[in-house]
Design a protein around this ligand. Structure first.
Ligand code: AFP
Length: 334
C-alpha cells in the first residue's frame, strides 16, 4: 500500500521540517484545493448541465468569457472570501481587485488567479486549469488596493497550477521545491504523487503557436527556424513540437519530461505587452518552473524580477528546460 499523504499532511510535514510555511498559508492553499475540487466537478458535468459555450460577456481583456470562466471565478471568490485569510483577490475575470465582503473576516494574504486558463479549449474537451499566486498584503489585513498586489514575482509565498485533465492534478510550490498531487475522487482528497520535481535541463521539444510566425520578433523566428533545421542545422538535433493552447497542460508536460514553452511578444500583441498576463499566469508558472530547476524569461529579463505596474499587465513568456531557455535568451542577445 503506497503511503497516502494529503495536501494538508504534506504542508504540515514541510512546516515540521523547518520550511518557512505559515499555518495560515497552509490553510489558504488547502482552501484553494477545495475550490478547485468544486471547479473540477463543474467541468465534469458542464456538458450535462448546459454549462459549455460562451457566457455572452467579455472580461477586462476584451476576451469572450466562457460560461465556465464565470462559474470558476464565482467558485474561487465565494469559497475563499469566507476563509478569514485574505484581504483581497485579483482575477483575470474581474476588472478591479475583489474586496472581501464587510461581513467576512480579513487576513494577511492576497491571492491572484486565472480561474480557468485555456478555456478556449473547454468546449472541445481539452485540459484546462486554474492558476494562482499568493503574496502578503504589505498593509497587514487592510482592504487591499491594486497597488498592494503589484509585487514582483520573487515576492510570491506560494503558486499553484491545478490541471483539469485525464486526472485532476495540483502542482504546488511554496518556495521549497515543487510537489504534485492527484485528486482521489473516492476520498475527495489531493494525494501526493511526486515531490522534488526537477525539469530536465535539456530538451528537443518546443511549444509555440507556429501560425504566428510572421508576427514574431527576429530572435524567436531565428531560433524556431534553427530548431526546424534539425540535425543539419546550427542546433544539431531534431526537434519535436507540441501546442495544446492550454499553458497549464504545456507546463505540466514540461515538468514531467522537459521542454520549452513560448508565447513571445509579437506585432499583434506588442501594444498590449504580450498575450499572457504577468500577475496570475506568468509569475506563478515562473515560480513553479524555477523551483523545479527551469528558467522563465521574457527573452530579455527574468519574469519574476519584473516590477508590475498594473494587475492585468501582460508579459512575453519563454520558460522550461534551463539550457534551452538560456539558448533562446542568447538569440535575444544577438
Ligand atoms: P484562453 O484561456 O483564452 O484559452 O487562453 C489560453 C492561453 O492564455 C494559454 O493557456 C495558452 O497557451 C494560450 O493562451 C493559447 O493562445 P493561442 O490561442 O493564441 O494559441
Amino acid at each position: 500500500m503506497n503511503e497516502v499523504i494529503t495536501l494538508r499532511q504534506y504542508l504540515q510535514g514541510q512546516q515540521r521540517a523547518g520550511k518557512a510555511i505559515e499555518t495560515g498559508l497552509i490553510d489558504l492553499i488547502c482552501e484553494v484545493g477545495v475550490a478547485c475540487k468544486q471547479i473540477a466537478a463543474k467541468i465534469d458535468r458542464a456538458a450535462l448541465e448546459g454549462a459549455l459555450g460562451a457566457a455572452g460577456s467579455e472580461n477586462v481583456q476584451g476576451e469572450e468569457q466562457k460560461k465556465l470562466d464565470v462559474i470558476s471565478n464565482e467558485v474561487m471568490f465565494d469559497h475563499l472570501k469566507t476563509t478569514g485569510l485574505l484581504s483581497g483577490m485579483g482575477s483575470e475575470e474581474e476588472d478591479e481587485p475583489m474586496a472581501i465582503p464587510a461581513d467576512q473576516p480579513r487576513g494577511p494574504y492576497l491571492i491572484m488567479f486565472d480561474p480557468l486558463d485555456g478555456s478556449s479549449n473547454i468546449d472541445v474537451n481539452i485540459s484546462v486549469g486554474t492558476i494562482f499566486s499568493v503574496v502578503k498584503n504589505p498593509r497587514g489585513s487592510e482592504p487591499a488596493t491594486e497597488q498592494d498586489f503589484l509585487q514582483p514575482g520573487n515576492q510570491q509565498l506560494a503558486a499553484g497550477v491545478v490541471v483539469y485533465g485525464p486526472s485532476t492534478t495540483f502542482v504546488l510550490t511554496t518556495g521549497h521545491g515543487v510537489a504534485v498531487f492527484v485528486l482521489d475522487r473516492s476520498m475527495g482528497e489531493f494525494l501526493l504523487v511526486r515531490d522534488g520535481v526537477k525539469i530536465p535541463e535539456d530538451t528537443a521539444e518546443f511549444a509555440i503557436n507556429m501560425s504566428n510566425r510572421r508576427f514574431w520578433e527576429e530572435p524567436v523566428r531565428r531560433y524556431i527556424d534553427d530548431c526546424l533545421a534539425g540535425e543539419e542545422g546550427p542546433l544539431g538535433k531534431r526537434y519535436n513540437m507540441r501546442w495544446v493552447a492550454s499553458m497549464v497542460a504545456e507546463v505540466y508536460r514540461i515538468l514531467t519530461r522537459g521542454g520549452i514553452f513560448m508565447y513571445p511578444i509579437d506585432e499583434r500583441t506588442r501594444a498590449k505587452g504580450g498575450r499572457l498576463r504577468l500577475m496570475y499566469e506568468g509569475n506563478p508558472v515562473a515560480f513553479i518552473v524555477e523551483q523545479a530547476g527551469g528558467l522563465a524569461s521574457t527573452g530579455y529579463e527574468r519574469i519574476m524580477d519584473i516590477q508590475p505596474t498594473a494587475l492585468h499587465q501582460r508579459v512575453p513568456v519563454i520558460l522550461g528546460s534551463k539550457n534551452e531557455v538560456e539558448k533562446v535568451v542568447s538569440y535575444h542577445q544577438g
